[in-house]
Design a protein around this ligand. Structure first.
Ligand code: MN
Length: 517
């Protein structure tokens, strides 16, 4: 896609699978609305802002998402960055698209704070906040384009955004099984977060790959020939070079010996049935000598994020060590697009599309605006297949459904979890502060800075004035009002939960009594 041209409405619609006239009209209308809203608005790169939202929308259409997700992608930055209000979106596009746009806007408030602690909880918060997998998919595509254009962003912001990508977006994409976007995000973020290491890995890789292309092409031909001889005709072969960031991690485990990284290059054989996968495995082992202990059957034993494939490492006749990955087309599609491959209509060959464990991620399902007639409607009423739910996801799902039904059950279940002990709240600029459950605005103020704590005069939670002893909840946005003559009182001591706040308040009270107040 050219940097200076916004993707046209026609080309976005062209990516959709069997759009109805109403679908086309909806997407065109959202396109026009976004174009007007962002008219005088440019990116750091000086290109029209519209290019950003149309690129995001295009990719979602390409993934097979439906007209409402695509429209929400076109509108995703309007509420946050333009004069457009929630009411405008609702009046023009209805409740469901507003829900998606607001979800994306709300997710922007989950920000990496710059410390490694509690990242896992931040990730959970990120997923939980999204409330709907479509929101998460828009946000991932939004981040992908932001990473692609990160070089235009002011230097001081680049590293924070790239670290956030590695710490939150990459693990989330990984756990949703979205291999392609994960690799793209990792390799885009890598040079900003670890510039030195990036150069080292790049140099090593170039040296190692060197003139390997011809040799590999020969290996591929001999495998193709052998497969055909054995009567396997319906297959594709391709190569993939390991992503730089994932290579970096492996190199660190292997004392930087690139010779010990066996999956630097992988040859992929994609067939149509599981049966064929095992046949191909036999043929590969007949052709080339397998390395012992290097056969991994992720078809029989899928990875926790659902990944399926057979991996084997072989030594070829030319002495190359090569990983061969064998999988069906369906597995391949799922490995690339993960959760998204389950919720699209684009690939009708995928059985079970439209239902599954991911429905746990969509509590909004039970909202009345759902209809059953388009690809945006992901969910059937069927119970998800419990055995297939990745644990990490199901925990979040349970957390949500429980929370909505019965408070007590929810607390019971989360007792062992971090969330029982900590909440995450935000500063007005979106920084995350974690506090113990039951914490108040005063705890928050002291967590920001002791001076702010000592001078706290009032607080707003989610834009509403509240008492200083109000209990904060996950996701609250807190604004502290300070006054020069404000000071801690004895009453504060009873309401705070953090020892930091208690200590500061006590010492301030002592000071006050010494100076005769
Ligand atoms: Mn955006």
């Amino acid at each position: 896609m050219m940097a200076n041209n916004a993707v046209s409405a026609q080309s976005i619609i062209g990516q959709m699978s069997d759009p109805t006239e109403a679908d086309r009209q909806l997407v065109s209308r959202a396109y026009g609305f976004a174009a007007t809203a962002h008219k005088n608005h440019t990116r750091y790169s000086n290109e029209p802002y519209l290019n950003h939202v149309t690129t995001v929308a295009y990719r979602l259409a390409e993934m097979g998402m439906g007209p409402r997700t695509i429209s929400a992608a076109l509108l995703h930055d309007t509420i946050e960055d333009t004069d457009v209000t929630a009411a405008d979106i609702k009046n023009n596009f209805g409740e469901e698209i507003l829900f998606l746009v607001e979800g994306v806007t709300k997710l922007s408030s989950v920000r990496y704070y710059g410390a490694d602690r509690h990242n896992e909880s931040l990730r959970k918060l990120f997923v939980a906040t999204s409330q709907d997998i479509r929101v998460l998919l828009i946000k991932l595509m939004d981040r992908l384009h932001n990473m692609e254009t990160l070089n235009y962003v002011p230097k001081e912001k680049q590293k924070r955004i790239a670290s956030e990508t590695l710490e939150i977006y990459v693990p989330v994409a990984h756990r949703l099984g979205m291999g392609r976007i994960r690799k793209e995000l990792e390799d885009l973020a890598f040079p900003y977060v670890y510039p030195e290491e990036y150069k080292q890995v790049q140099t090593l890789l170039e040296k190692q790959l060197g003139k390997g292309d011809e040799v590999l092409e020969r290996e591929r031909k001999s495998l193709q020939k052998k497969l055909a001889e054995q009567g396997v005709t319906d297959f594709n072969t391709s190569y993939r070079v390991k992503g730089l960031f994932s290579l970096y991690h492996k190199l660190r485990r292997k004392q930087w010996n690139i010779e010990d990284v066996y999956d630097l290059l992988a040859m992929r054989v994609i067939v149509s049935t599981v049966e064929d996968c095992y046949r191909v495995l036999g043929i590969v082992h007949d052709l080339w000598r397998p390395l012992p202990q290097r056969i991994k059957d992720y078809i029989a034993f899928p990875k926790p994020n659902g990944y399926q494939s057979i991996h084997t490492t072989v030594a070829t006749d030319h002495g190359n060590i090569l990983e061969v990955q064998i999988r069906t087309r369906k597995m391949h599609h799922e490995a690339e697009f993960g959760i998204a491959s389950h919720i699209t209509y684009k690939n009708p060959n995928i059985p079970g599309a439209g239902q599954g464990w991911f429905s746990y991620l969509i509590p909004s399902l039970f909202r009345p605006f759902r209809t059953a007639t388009d690809p945006d409607t992901l969910i059937t009423k069927d119970q998800p297949h419990h055995a297939k739910i990745p644990k990490w996801i199901s925990q979040i799902g349970q957390m949500y459904s429980r929370e909505q039904s019965s408070g007590n059950e929810f607390v019971e279940d989360m007792r062992k979890d971090f969330f029982t002990h900590r909440i995450f709240v935000f500063t007005p600029t979106g920084d995350v502060v974690d506090l113990p459950i039951g914490a108040t605005p005063i705890d928050f103020a002291y967590a920001i800075h002791s001076e702010i704590g000592d001078r706290t005069a009032g607080a707003k939670v989610n834009n509403k004035l509240v008492q200083l002893d109000t209990e904060l909840k996950n996701g609250d946005i807190i604004e502290i009002e300070t006054k020069k003559n404000a000071h801690p009182t004895k009453k504060w001591l009873d309401s705070v939960k953090t020892s930091l706040a208690k200590r500061r308040i006590r010492s301030a009270l002592e000071q006050q009594s010494k100076s005769g107040h």
